[in-house]
Ligand binder design. Structure first.
Ligand code: MLT
Length: 409
């Protein structure tokens, strides 16, 4: 008899976006003539930009010639990409890091999922509610929580993000060893200002805690007081790991490339009180379990930082930002309350008349043929809310927004 990891039994039956995909597929099958528009999963609709495609072609040709063919690359990424990331995303913002503090990977999702392995099972984890399910589910899988009761896992410190606090997490009253923060936020679209983030960095320094900072949506920031990187805050290199992605920034959801910054100044401790470098531990983990991102993909990611690449991706992002404005305006015209969409590609809609979020999902699907994500799928505090994404095409976004606005509630 082979025993399984019973922590998996604590999890909901399927991953949120798989559940939604199944429900939508069933609806489409039953209503073949209807055009269903997805503002659901945050998947991009615009193709890769020309600078990226050109780099892919060139790198593919290199792989086909014996003089330029490459086998295994460095697990933590080629120097050309790590340098490009360093210069563009950090040095140009006045942040002093080094290339060996940057680890290239196949996605921020896998990195945020895997990173918790480096912490003791005894660590207390704090996370926002609502939250991107991967942070929570992977800690459940690792056995860092109790059972799921009344919408909450035992042992987790939940940081409620509500309309009252502007969906910004407040410092916890109790200790937490590891805190996940996502800003601009998935799913609420709220973004922390420098002053709000500074409180967290100071708190982590005082409490010897580690912040796992997901800034996958930083390219969507429009307001100057919202930091693009946690390392804009003094002292953050001693307390924070940062996750970034090319997925939403450059349309790499299917191409897969991301990176994680683990500063060398960041230390964790053994039970004997001896300090260990988190950077060294992550390097050890990655070199053992990961063989790196394909050369071709890393060349494509490098092209994102070229002047043409930057110009082209900024146009694409501007298109998604315009979609967000279109959705927000349509919802406002319809008298609905909505948040986010200004520094993030996510709009967090308050369901009318307190309809619960799965009922709202069904109503939108069956009456407007629009797919969104029920807020409660991201946590108990998401009940009564609904997430819409700005990633569809301008035409379909406009059409979906009109359909929602015309619904009678
Ligand atoms: C989402 O819809 O929340 C995102 O697509 C999730 C992800 O990036 O993995």
């Amino acid at each position: 008899m082979t025993l399984f990891n019973e922590n998996y039994a604590k999890l909901p039956g399927s991953y949120l976006f798989s559940t939604i995909a199944k429900r939508v597929a069933a609806y489409k099958e039953a209503h073949p003539g209807q055009q269903v528009i997805s503002l659901g999963i945050g998947d991009v609709s615009r193709p890769l930009v020309p600078a990226v495609v050109e780099a892919l072609h060139k790198a593919s040709d290199e792989m086909g010639r014996s003089e330029t063919f490459r086998g295994y690359g460095p697990e933590q990424g080629y120097a050309f990409l790590r340098e490009a990331i360093l210069q563009h995303d950090y040095v140009q913002r006045g942040i002093a890091l080094t290339a060996d503090e940057i680890f290239v990977s196949d996605g921020a999702k896998s990195d945020v999922a895997n990173f918790q392995e480096l912490f003791s099972q005894a660590c207390t984890v704090a996370l926002q509610d609502p939250v991107y399910p991967v942070y929570l589910d992977t800690n459940v899988m690792a056995g860092r929580t109790g059972a799921f009761e009344n919408g909450r896992f035992g042992g987790i410190v939940y940081l409620p993000c509500t309309e009252q606090n502007g969906f910004v997490p407040q410092l916890p009253a109790c200790h937490a060893d590891v805190v996940y923060l996502c800003s601009p936020n998935n799913p609420t679209g709220a973004a922390m200002t420098r002053a709000e983030l500074k409180k967290w960095v100071d708190w982590a320094a005082e409490n010897n805690s580690v912040i796992l900072y997901d800034s996958a949506y930083e390219a969507f920031i429009t307001q100057p007081d919202v930091p693009h990187s946690i390392y804009e805050i003094p002292g953050a290199q001693q307390v924070a790991v940062e996750f970034r992605s090319f997925s939403k920034t450059a349309g790499f959801t299917g191409t897969r490339c991301a990176y994680t910054v683990v500063p060398k100044a960041l230390q964790v401790y053994g039970r004997d009180g001896v300090a260990h470098s988190l950077n060294a531990l992550w390097l050890r983990r990655q070199t053992t379990k990961f063989n790196g991102v394909p050369y071709i993909v890393q060349r494509a990611a490098e092209a994102v930082f070229s002047p043409q690449g930057q110009k082209q991706i900024r146009e694409v992002i501007a298109g998604y930002q315009q979609n967000a404005r279109v959705i927000l305006q349509a919802l406002q015209r319809a008298g609905l309350t909505a948040f986010g969409g200004v520094n993030a590609p996510y709009i967090w809609l308050k369901t009318p008349q307190g309809i619960d979020s799965w009922t709202f999902f069904d109503k939108l699907l069956t009456h407007a043929q629009v797919v969104g994500t029920p807020g409660v799928g991201f946590g108990a505090c998401g009940e009564g809310f609904f997430r819409l994404t700005a990633f569809n095409t301008p035409q379909l976004t406009q059409e979906a927004a009109q359909r929602i606005a015309q619904l009678q509630f």
